[in-house]
Design a protein around this ligand. Structure first.
Ligand code: HEC
Length: 216
């Protein structure tokens, strides 16, 4: 359900941007006739796309809990909220500079969303720069604890007891080590997937640390 909504939101946002890109090209090239024709022809599809984008966006923003949103989310919201009225005015007044600026702001907002980082750094968003690598022969529980405190504790708490944004108490988790590893890789709902962000060794260390919490 949740990933379906996310996909719908991303798809609608892409369609919305594509339509805006076309309209901006018509406006910039002074092709008023094409602009009017496009607006007339795609009036209903545009209303559907825009409404679906907004509704899924609002639902997703609320359902994951405001406290879990990183700073990228707020910068994206600010860019979006500034660009939309700017775009409406730009097309009404046929103001080319304003239309271009709002398009760029919206493309920027889309880029932030895709990378979850204001400067489009894919890794910065989920894991700390200081997240240590895990080498052969390292103590997995200790290495896992270090990674956990840097990257997981903001939701699961320093001791794994959870609390924030619906993160469950990991000490009471009934999952096997394999299931824990799969959950860290793929994520679920508000739990982010770390595949591509943490390597196999780091994830294995985290699973060892979580297993050790349960034994306490
Ligand atoms: C943004 C908050 C957040 C972060 C960061 C986060 N988690 Fe989670 N985690 C959750 C939530 C929420 C759930 C419950 C997901 C569900 O089942 O709907 C969860 C579930 C889990 C579970 C499954 C527990 C169970 O028994 O259901 C494991 C294991 C887990 N997280 C490990 C981690 C690890 C390891 C990290 C760091 C690499 C981490 N999480 C980072 C929010 C977070």
């Amino acid at each position: 359900m949740y990933t379906g909504l996310t996909h719908t939101h991303v798809l609608m946002s892409a369609l919305f941007l594509f339509a805006l890109l076309l309209k901006t090209v018509f406006l910039l090239s002074g092709n008023d006739e094409m602009l009017e024709r496009f607006k007339r022809k795609f009036k209903i599809p545009e209303i559907i796309v825009d409404s679906l984008m907004l509704l899924t966006g609002i639902y997703l923003a609320f359902s994951s809990g405001w406290t879990t949103h990183g700073s990228w989310f707020w910068i994206k919201m600010a860019a979006f909220l500034a660009a939309v009225p700017m775009s409406v005015i730009a097309f009404k007044k046929r103001n080319k500079a304003m239309a271009l600026l709002s398009l760029l702001l919206l493309l920027y907002a889309y880029g932030i969303s895709e990378t979850k980082s204001p400067v489009f750094n894919k890794k910065a968003a989920l894991v700390s720069d200081e997240t240590p690598a895990v080498a052969e022969g390292d103590n997995l529980v200790e290495a896992g604890a270090a990674i956990f405190h840097l990257d997981c504790a903001r939701c699961h708490g320093n001791d794994g007891r959870g609390g924030k944004s619906g993160a469950p108490n990991l000490r009471e988790s009934k999952m096997t080590a394999e299931e824990v590893i799969a959950r860290i890789r793929k994520g679920k709902n508000a739990m982010p997937g770390y595949e591509g962000y943490l390597d196999d060794k780091q994830i294995e260390a985290l699973a060892a640390y979580i297993g050790s919490l349960r034994a306490q």
